[in-house]
Design a protein around this ligand. Structure first.
Ligand code: R5P
Length: 296
């Protein structure tokens, strides 16, 4: 008899994403007790019987330093129950931006994080990981991997909600998202250039955008962290005669303070995908994930 994979929630419980996956009927709900002892160490206990079963862990790995160890403990506890296969769905994959030793002595944390996680799982599914200097996740993850793209879901949202859009990528790295999204909508796009001068300091330059300022500017990026990229881009667009932009990020990495600073800047609104639970979430990626786990 074919048994459904068992789906475990790892730090998504207050969010609808876990519920949406569960309501699809593709999974059986897994139960685990994951908490901290008073001294701060982690306690992990798998409560479901998972022997010889396929297991899927839906993990919110935003703020990964607090979560990595309990995740490794969960995977180990599952392996000790002799599970058949562990798929980790991490809609936001952390640490991908440190993909190079920019300064002597730095740890290339993307590769190190991957090498710590890989032995504990059989497969990883993620959405728009920050693949800039790596051409594929296989360069650092030694397990099967599926990289999903939110561009179609984002394009659908833009088509429904914004008239006469102009898609804008704030830097060369964002060209991949900006170009693909614009093509799906059949609208123009612009890619600006960015010089990062520090964690909270960026300089944005815009190419000539003559004849486009009657469009609604829609900034699209994979990650919004401090929000400085979006804020500075909005300022540059303003000097070029554009209206306030709509800012779309796949991953809402920002702190509340940075989110409020962005909301209070010269932008129209901020919309993110629900890869990381946040009140800016307005684009639902549950169906995108479900299409990829059907084969699991
Ligand atoms: C970096 O290369 C990413 O694609 C984003 O542009 C960046 O993480 C945004 O960071 P922030 O919001 O701190 O400017």
């Amino acid at each position: 008899m074919h048994l459904k994979p068992i789906l475990f929630d790892f730090f998504y419980s207050k969010d609808t994403l876990f519920t949406e996956l569960l309501n699809s009927g593709q999974f059986e709900k897994g139960e685990a007790d994951i908490r901290r002892f008073p001294d701060g160490e982690s306690y992990v206990r798998v409560l479901s019987q998972c022997n010889q079963r396929k297991v899927v862990i839906l993990a919110n790995l935003h703020h990964p330093d607090d979560k990595l160890l309990p995740l490794l403990f969960l995977c180990q506890a599952l392996k000790e129950q002799h599970v058949e296969h562990i798929t980790l769905i991490s809609p936001y994959l952390p640490y991908m931006r440190q993909d190079k030793r920019f300064h002597e002595g730095e740890c290339v944390t993307s590769a190190q994080f991957a090498s710590i996680l890989s032995p504990s799982i059989d497969k990883i599914i993620t959405i728009d990981p920050h693949l800039h200097r790596y051409s594929s996740l296989s360069e650092i993850y030694s397990v099967d991997n599926v990289v999903l793209k939110a561009d179609k879901t984002i394009a659908e949202w833009i088509k429904k909600n914004i008239s006469n859009p102009l898609i804008i990528g704030p830097d060369s790295e964002s060209e991949q998202w900006a170009a693909a999204t614009a093509e799906l909508i059949n609208c123009p796009y612009l890619v600006l250039s960015k010089e990062r001068r520090g964690d909270r300091e960026v300089k944005i330059s815009a190419p000539q955008a003559r004849g486009l300022s009657d469009h609604t500017p829609v900034l699209v990026d994979d990650i919004i962290s401090t929000g400085r990229t979006m804020i500075e881009t909005a300022k540059v667009l303003n000097t070029e005669g554009f209206g306030a932009p709509v800012c779309i990020g796949v991953h809402a990495v920002f702190s509340e303070r940075d989110y409020h600073a962005l909301r209070n800047s010269a932008i129209e609104k901020v919309i993110t995908c629900n890869t990381i639970p946040h009140h800016s979430n307005g684009i639902d990626i549950a169906n995108l994930l479900l299409s990829s786990v059907e084969a699991t």
